[in-house]
Design a protein. Structure first.
Length: 217
């Protein structure tokens, strides 16, 4: 076959493929129901996994999770994400997918997974947070710290007490959770806690934070 004929055949083939692709509706199928723990404690980081979504044009897909508390994970190629809830309750976790090439093509939500979060040590009977603030630091690896004060109001010595901090971006997506703890805290004693943002790959996106009382005994 002469070279110009080969070129014509190739051009016709490419045009045919593009035409066929443009005729296929561009959709993304809903992902699977998230899998992961059925329960956890306030402030505990839990990990969930979905998958199974596909793009009708064969493009890669991205996933995100809705945590049932008004917050979402970031879109990403990984079907796995983690979250820590700041208050006890029952939450409905679900996942969504989108085309990574045309991000306006979004799937329906997956079926939901029910997650129950419990509080193991209410602040009203063990440890009371008096004040706190989110502050920048000079440490490039831990550029944010939650610094505050908590008081032992249990009427006894707490052999262990902890305060958990949760760092969020401007879209209220949880970036990192960490804690500070103390041993043998006498009754009525005020303790200064410092909770650092240890997730150096996301710390540059920190916008605000929350705190909660963790385990006490």
């Amino acid at each position: 076959m002469k070279p110009w004929r080969r070129m014509c055949v190739a051009v016709i083939f490419v045009i045919t493929i593009l035409t066929l692709e443009s005729c296929v509706p561009h959709t993304v199928s809903a992902p699977n129901t998230p899998s992961g723990p059925n329960s956890g404690e306030v402030g505990e980081m839990l990990t969930f996994t979905t998958g199974g979504a596909s793009c009708s044009h064969g493009h890669p897909v991205q996933y995100r999770f809705y945590w049932g508390d008004g917050t979402f994970s970031s879109w990403g190629s990984s079907p796995t994400a983690s979250h820590a809830w700041t208050s006890a309750g029952t939450y409905q976790v679900k996942a969504q997918a989108r085309c990574s090439v045309d991000t306006s093509v979004v799937s329906e939500w997956s079926p939901t997974k029910t997650v129950t979060i419990i509080s193991t040590s209410p602040s009203t009977s063990e440890l009371q947070i008096l004040d706190w603030q989110l502050l920048p630091t000079d440490n490039m690896f831990m550029p944010w710290v939650i610094r505050g004060h908590a008081q032992n109001i249990s009427g006894r010595t707490l052999h262990y007490a902890e305060v958990r901090g949760h760092f969020y971006d401007s879209n209220n997506v949880l970036l990192c959770s960490w804690l500070d703890n103390i041993s043998d805290l006498p009754p009525d004693t005020v303790w200064e806690f410092n909770i650092y943002c240890i997730c150096s790959d996301t710390c540059d996106r920190v916008d605000h934070a929350t705190v909660s009382v963790g385990s006490c005994w």
